[in-house]
Design a protein around this ligand. Structure first.
Ligand code: FMN
Length: 396
């Protein structure tokens, strides 16, 4: 029988649930509770198992909506088997699991880097028990990856950035352009497993910014897709601490609205409400202030390509961290739900110069998953954000 527990790797110790005790005390104080961001301290010095030490780094991986969809199974000695938690997926905005698998790719890359740091190589087998169906609704418990530890990993210079990396959820400084050499360094860091390109050309930015904003509006004004975000929104430190996932909002106006019972989780925020205005302003600000864009493309669109894109993406973001550049995915235009089809087409034309690989978000008969990640770059500072919150479910 499997014993599944929540574990808190950072700071040591095994706990049975994410701590919620005392959460109310944070009600209107600013800042995140220290417990909620403890993952960023790395593993406890007392932790001796190299797999658990590596997992303590891997759980900081960027991932969509900060769902942290990974489950790690350590029952086999010398092996880490990674599964997708079926409850931590995004059926509306990510019906083929493309974004979830990009997150898994980032997780695997950090896992491999953290094992290498301890002198272990990792033999990574994807879908060791067989491939999953294309659509998320057909996924079962088959593992995403099995990593077997072998002697002799080579330390990666980007590893020093792992605990410094964050996805800033703020506007960019439009007075500070990104240099072409910086763009090149980011693309180089992503590695050759995906096609990488980008632009910091002022003439190309307006169309890409507009696309980000137009596609954000489609997601936010489509009831089914915006509700996916509403359900995952954590307002104020007590909710943030209780869940340690999702989209965390810690600014005064929404916290007061939530405290007064004015943040309705059962329906999309109505136009004119503070929640609506804040949501729209956030996406508009992110879109309009982007100082450059990069995109990662794969030739095929299988699940393994999505994992490769995630491995490349986190490397790019670690390099950005090293260079003091803020990078933030804008997933909306690439999402596969039908209402997004026109933006998806436009995204492919603006970046790759060709149309989207499929119509209306439907997969080809084979295992086809569109997955190209477009990311904005701009000067910024890595600040603790929603991303600080981490939990890991471990099967042991
Ligand atoms: C595939 C993927 C898609 C993402 N899409 C978005 C997005 O559209 N908007 C956004 O604000 N953040 C997006 N993110 C960033 C996540 O929200 C972020 O990684 C998560 O909240 C954890 O925060 P951290 O990266 O600071 O650790 C995406 C991340 C991944 C891996």
């Amino acid at each position: 029988m499997q014993r599944r527990t929540f574990i808190r790797l950072a700071g040591g110790g095994l706990v049975c649930t994410a701590a919620a005790a005392g959460a109310g005390a944070y009600a209107l104080r600013s800042g995140y509770p220290a417990q909620a961001v403890e993952a960023w301290q790395g593993p406890s010095a007392a932790e001796a198992d190299p797999r658990r030490r590596a997992l303590a780094y891997a759980i900081t991986a960027p991932n969509p909506h900060n769902l942290q969809p990974w489950l790690a199974d350590l029952r086999e000695p010398g092996v880490i088997t990674v599964h997708t938690d079926p409850e931590r997926v995004l059926p509306q905005t990510d019906p083929f699991g493309r974004q979830i698998l990009i997150g898994h790719g980032a997780f695997l890359e950090l896992l491999v880097m953290a094992l290498a740091e301890q002198g272990f190589g990792a033999e990574v087998a994807l879908w060791p028990d067989g491939a999953l169906p294309a659509g998320l609704d057909g996924w079962d418990r088959r593992p995403v990856a099995r990593l077997r530890l072998v002697p002799g990993g080579v330390a990666d210079p980007l590893f020093t950035q792992v605990l410094r990396r964050r996805t800033p959820k703020s506007d960019y400084d439009t007075a500070r352009p990104v240099a072409p050499a910086t763009l090149r360094a980011l693309l180089d860091a992503a590695g050759p497993s995906v096609d990488r390109a980008g632009t910091v050309d002022a003439d190309r930015l307006p169309a890409l910014r507009r696309l980000c904003w137009e596609s954000a509006k489609v997601e936010l004004l489509t009831p089914a897709t915006v509700m996916e975000s509403v359900h995952l929104t954590r307002v104020g430190p007590s909710e943030i601490l209780r869940h340690r996932d999702g989209i965390s909002i810690n600014t005064a106006v929404p916290r007061i609205a939530a405290a007064l019972g004015q943040f309705d989780r059962s329906a999309p925020p109505p136009p004119g409400s503070p929640a609506y205005d804040q949501m729209m302003a956030r996406f508009r600000g992110h879109s309009d202030s982007a100082m450059g864009f990069v995109w990662l493309a794969t030739r095929a669109q299988r699940h393994a390509d999505a994992v490769a894109a995630g491995r490349a993406y986190v490397r790019l973001q670690l390099q950005a961290t090293a260079l003091g550049v803020a990078v933030h995915p804008m997933s909306q235009a690439l999402q596969e739900f039908p209402e997004m089809a026109a933006c998806r087409e436009q995204a492919h034309r603006l970046t790759l110069g060709r149309g989207a690989p499929q119509a209306e978000g439907r997969p080809h008969p084979a295992d086809v998953l569109p997955h190209r990640s477009s990311h904005r770059t701009g000067p910024g500072h890595a600040t603790p954000t929603a991303g600080g919150l981490r939990r890991l479910r471990l099967v042991q």
